[in-house]
Design a binder for this molecule. Sequence first.
Ligand code: HEC
Length: 117
Amino acid sequence: MRFSSVKGLLVVATAMLAVSISAPVAAADGEEEFKALLKKNDCTKCHAIDKGKKGPSYKKVAAKYKGKEAEGEAKMYKNITTGPKVKLEDGTEEEHKIIEAKDDAQIKALIKWILTL
Ligand code: HEC
């Protein structure tokens, strides 16, 4: 009786350990989380990863800041948190969308991810 409940506990503990080890691996570099965030914020209306829409592709943005990532991080952060006027592909201007994220850390992680594209 006592032995089997200890064994039961061990099974549960092992299962929990397996979950906690595999979870970060499944999230990989956060790609799915970031894609979902961009979709939720309608960023996908104007940006795609590798083709230009009303705004530049994220790959193009990453290429622009290659070798000057620190400057890129600061500019991109400002661009998506303060809503400056931007010029769309069709020549019209509007205020850039301000991102709604879980917290500041998530915005910064998103920016770092864009820079790796
Ligand atoms: C209405 C269209 C539109 C929407 C919606 C939009 N953007 Fe943009 N975005 C643009 C345009 C246009 C530019 C180019 C601005 C420039 O180069 O001056 C831009 C630029 C950017 C840049 C590059 C900034 C830089 O420093 O070069 C990033 C990053 C970005 N957008 C992210 C986002 C994110 C994240 C969202 C969603 C929260 C979003 N955009 C929603 C049109 C849009």
